[in-house]
Design a binder for this molecule. Structure first.
Ligand SMILES: Nc1nc2c(ncn2[C@@H]2O[C@H](COP(=O)(O)OP(=O)(O)O)[C@@H](O)[C@H]2O)c(=O)[nH]1
Ligand SMILES: [Mg+2]
Length: 457
């Protein structure tokens, strides 16, 4: 394995570059996100920047779950020291407490908000494993189901910072509906990787363990989890604690180098942002052409006043701003069918205003009429023979009028079409193109995080 220190600076530089890209992408889609998502996104980028500033030597594993499942007991077992308070009846852990293996973790723990009295170094234990545990920070969090808002606040603040969440449950509690509510809540935050521990297995008859595990897996699946397997432990007897420790070591070594850690973190944020802005996969633009035609026809009908018998070519009307708004609304209605609300709103903002469209129509129609009058005055492009010229002069006046009206109609249609293109089709497509481009960048950032980690391994 390449020593982390050798690749560290380059990896950090690469991570900072990717973070800058992610931040830039986030800025361009700010208008497409809800206020909450913007706040979350900015916080995530800030967190990531701070984390890069702190170096990438630490892996944060958090024990989480309902009151009394045995988080604190397991925590103490893993650290081989009674450091976290174990409660018999009531939740006890009000602050996060931590074990730290190796390294200078002080600033990192400050960032996590773990007070100096609440963490302790464990370099001396697990002598054989200490190299593998190096950089690991194990957090015992307050109970997630606790009624105390203070507990909840600590958990919600720390959760997004954890690299691995270990959800601890027990044979009594796992079927409790509140577990699923809380568990789904944690899942919804899409933080860290997730592992599940069934603790207090000593309270089960050995024969009952497989059935309970099967049941638990079924419930997890129903809660929307893809947790592949469940570690079975007893903090009382120590059974399974080694397996749990291996899980932590795996979390540590899987992303052991700064490069991989940064890529995983960035990839996670890119994926989250991508989910936030919605997937344009199979983006349906088939509505644009019919919508374009509908808008053109509506405007054209407004421009071309009905001919009167005594005035076959009445002067074109320039529609009122209200009439143009009606056309714009029709356009948006069609746009909003195929496009999620935030992008629909972006489309709305990108369109020209009614006043602007009216001015452009006026200009285009005037130019078109001047052009079509000029057209009618011009002889056909090919020089006619004398006979041809004579034939033309003899041509019936109605036919000449009809042809003039036809060319006038065509010219007006071209003019209106151009205005619809410029003020509706083009800006709408630009927003949709943006959406596709941004998603592509985020995909690349997310895939780069995996692909390069794979290549580096
Ligand atoms: N039988 C048994 N009791 C346990 C086990 N783990 C924890 N306990 C007990 O369960 C209670 C709550 O444990 P604690 O570690 O405080 O749970 P926490 O609230 O999740 O931190 C305490 O009385 C522990 O002694 C276990 O594996 N088996
Ligand atoms: Mg506890």
């Amino acid at each position: 394995m390449t020593p982390a220190g050798e690749r560290g600076p380059a990896a950090l530089q690469e991570a900072r570059r990717a973070l800058a890209e992610l931040t830039a992408v986030a800025r361009t889609v700010r208008g497409r996100l809800g206020d909450q998502a913007v706040v979350a996104q900015e916080a995530a980028c800030r967190r990531l920047r701070r984390r890069l500033d702190l170096g990438l030597d630490h892996t944060v594993v958090a024990l989480i779950g309902g009151t009394g499942s045995g988080k604190s007991s397991l925590f103490n077992r893993i650290g081989e020291m009674t450091f976290s308070e174990v409660g018999v009846l009531r939740p006890t852990t009000a602050d996060a407490v931590a074990f730290v293996w190796g390294g200078d973790a002080g600033p990192f723990l400050d960032w996590l908000g773990v007070a100096r009295d609440n963490w302790i170094r464990r370099d001396s234990v697990l002598d054989g494993d200490v190299a593998a545990m190096r950089g690991l920070i194990l957090l015992d969090l307050p109970d997630y189901d606790s009624a105390s808002g203070e507990h909840r606040e600590v958990v919600d603040r720390v959760l997004p910072l954890a690299d691995l969440l270990v959800w601890v449950t027990d044979p009594q509690k796992y079927a409790d509906p509140s577990l699923h509510r809380d568990y789904s809540g944690v899942l919804a935050q899409r933080v860290g990787n997730l592992a599940v521990v069934l603790n207090q297995v000593d309270t089960l008859a050995p024969d009952d363990v497989p059935a309970v595990l099967q049941d638990l897996s079924r419930l997890l699946k129903r809660a929307g989890s893809d947790v592949p397997n469940v570690v079975v432990t007893s903090a009382l007897t120590g059974d399974g604690v080694d397996s749990l420790r291996q899980l932590l070591v795996a979390a540590r070594t899987e992303e052991a180098t700064p490069a991989e850690r940064a890529r995983v973190l960035l990839g996670r944020e890119a994926t989250r942002l991508r989910e936030e802005i919605g997937p344009p996969d199979g983006l349906d633009r088939s509505w644009i052409e019919p919508a374009r035609r509908a808008a053109r026809d509506q405007l054209l009908a407004l421009v071309e006043a009905a001919p009167e018998p005594d005035e076959p070519n009445p002067a074109p009307q320039i529609p009122s701003v209200e009439q143009i708004h009606g056309v714009l609304l029709g356009w948006l209605e069609r746009a909003l069918v195929a496009v999620p609300a935030p992008w629909g709103a972006a489309v709305g903002r990108s369109l020209a205003s009614g006043v602007n469209i009216r001015a452009r129509l006026d200009e285009a129609v005037t130019a078109a009429l001047a052009g079509s009058v000029a057209d009618a005055a011009q002889p056909a492009a090919a020089p006619l023979s004398r006979r041809g010229r004579r034939a033309r002069r003899r041509a019936e006046p109605e036919a000449a009028a009809a042809s003039a009206a036809g060319s006038r109609h065509a010219a007006l249609e071209r003019a209106v079409s151009a205005v619809v293109e410029r003020t509706m089709t083009f800006p709408t497509n630009a927003v949709l193109d943006d959406w596709v481009a941004v998603t592509g960048k985020l995909l690349a950032l997310a895939a780069g995080s995996r692909g390069q980690a794979g290549a580096a391994a």
